[in-house]
Design a protein around this ligand. Structure first.
Ligand code: PEP
Length: 250
């Protein structure tokens, strides 16, 4: 049985006070979910410390949305994996399409970030996914394969065993346009095949989350598919009720 995970990417939203309130609501709501699902919240860096205080020991885990590619030093404005991990944070989202697109993150940078994450015992939630023009040109399989080969294939078996993948078609993120459950299953199954070719049966245990306009109305259909092991949720994670309802959708 693979882990079922619902992770909320808050992006650059909420003040620290609002973030703590949201985290408290997620903790309270999560207590009433009698499904085997792990909840993760990913607030901005400025909120991590306070959010850790209200989630510690509750079953709701915390993720950062990014980390620096370097360990420490003269990198103004950066936040290291060690700093994040020192707070008790367990996960870090890496390779989100917004970081690839707006901050020019390449596979080369992501390899360094992955290294930093693992060196500090943070579990990476590695995001992959094609743009609209790539899907329309029928290139979505080769795009995700390259994103896996260039980064995930550099991991050893021990590191790979901890990895979480999030498939997020860029055309579905924040657009209200969700992939159909068949489209999601098709590409999730393909991703698992690519992982299996390299890592063997260990890939059967890799959680592959779907992300892109997932909400309480479409989550059950998406999560009913064999290779969809949960979701990385953007907009709908900012309302605790919706986020928890997504978690109940398995
Ligand atoms: C995301 O950015 O990770 C995401 C899935 O966003 P949304 O749910 O808002 O499409």
């Amino acid at each position: 049985m693979r882990k079922k995970i619902v992770a909320g990417n808050w992006k650059m939203n909420t003040t620290p006070v609002e973030g703590v309130e949201l985290a408290k609501e997620v903790v309270a709501g999560g207590r009433n979910v009698d499904k085997p699902v792990d909840f993760i919240v990913a607030p901005p860096f400025t909120h991590l410390s306070e959010v850790m205080k209200v989630t510690r020991g509750t079953g709701v885990a915390v993720s950062a949305q990014n980390c620096a590619a370097e360990a420490k030093g003269a990198y103004t404005g950066e936040v290291s994996a060690a700093m994040i991990a020192s707070l008790g944070v367990e996960y870090v989202i890496l390779g989100h399409s917004e970081r690839r697109e707006y901050y020019g993150e390449t596979s080369q940078t992501l390899n360094k970030k992955m290294e930093q994450a693992y060196a500090n015992n943070l579990v990476p939630i590695y995001c992959i996914g094609e743009k609209l023009e790539e899907r329309e040109a029928g290139k979505h399989f080769e795009v995700v394969k390259a994103q896996i080969e260039e980064v995930v294939f550099n991991l050893d078996a021990e590191k790979f065993a901890k990895l979480i993948i999030a498939y997020e078609p860029v055309w579905a993120i924040g657009t209200g346009k969700t992939a159909t459950s068949d489209q999601a299953q098709e590409i999730h199954a393909y991703i698992r095949t690519v992982l299996k070719d390299k890592f063997g049966d260990a890939a059967d245990s890799t959680p592959i989350l779907y992300g892109g306009s997932c909400n309480p109305s479409n989550a059950a259909e998406l999560f009913s598919k064999e290779d969809v092991d949960g979701g990385l949720i953007g907009g709908a994670s900012l309302k605790a009720g919706d986020f928890i309802a997504i978690g109940r959708s398995f």
